[in-house]
Ligand binder design. Structure first.
Ligand SMILES: [Zn+2]
Length: 208
């Protein structure tokens, strides 16, 4: 009787084990299936983004790519190429160079799109340089000190160094020291020419 009981326990244990094994297998299969579905959905999205790009709908394509990028944890190498290419067409050259570089990092020079990537990257870099050149030219224009300030009909401006007092007061610890302003020659005013020189740092103080 005792032996029969032991056998029964053994059979029961075996059944439980095999049951949980098939369950685990089922879950694993489901996970694989789910992954495949995600993969399929993403490659469909990718296809439509690429199609939009090929039709010249760069803005729409860009939006599609961005939704893909938001939804993936790790970006497939093909996307780095396509997104970099579309960015080039959008005139986002910095972004373009960045993603095309990524593709080369991932695939080297022997990838499916490596050749196109390198030539696009070169073009984007040329555009980027042009932009930088333009930016620096604009920056010089904004900060150019070649403009003279119009001092108005009097042609004179209150000396900004001494505020017209002709005296410079240096506050000391015990007493103040007073010095004659060395820019306006005791007049308290500057001619417009001198004023503009002063603004540019070109007006030399007179020694007195
Ligand atoms: Zn002065």
């Amino acid at each position: 009787m005792k032996q029969v009981f032991t056998i029964w326990i053994f059979l029961f244990a075996t059944a439980v084990t095999s049951f949980s094994q098939t369950e685990a297998e089922k879950i694993r299969q489901l996970e694989i299936q789910r992954q495949a579905e995600r993969q399929r959905a993403m490659s469909m999205k990718l296809d439509s983004a690429v199609a939009l790009m090929n039709q010249g709908e760069y803005q729409l394509s860009d939006e599609k790519f961005l939704t893909i990028l938001k939804s993936v944890k790790s970006v497939p190498s093909d996307i780095t190429f396509y997104f970099g290419k579309n960015s080039y067409f959008l005139g986002k050259y910095k972004q373009s160079v960045d993603w095309l570089n990524k593709y080369i990092q991932l695939k080297g020079t022997s990838g499916q799109f490596s050749k196109e990537t390198l030539s696009l990257k070169q073009k984007a870099e040329v555009e980027l340089l042009k932009e930088k050149d333009l930016e620096s030219k604009q920056a010089t224009q904004v900060f150019a000190q070649d403009y003279d300030i119009d001092c108005g009909p009097s042609g004179k401006v209150t000396c900004p160094v001494c505020n017209g007092s002709t005296v410079i007061i240096k506050k000391g610890y015990i007493s103040n020291t007073y010095k004659t302003c060395s820019y306006c020659q005791l007049k308290g005013v500057l001619s417009c020419e001198d004023y503009n020189k002063l603004l540019k740092g070109e007006l030399k103080p007179s020694s007195n």
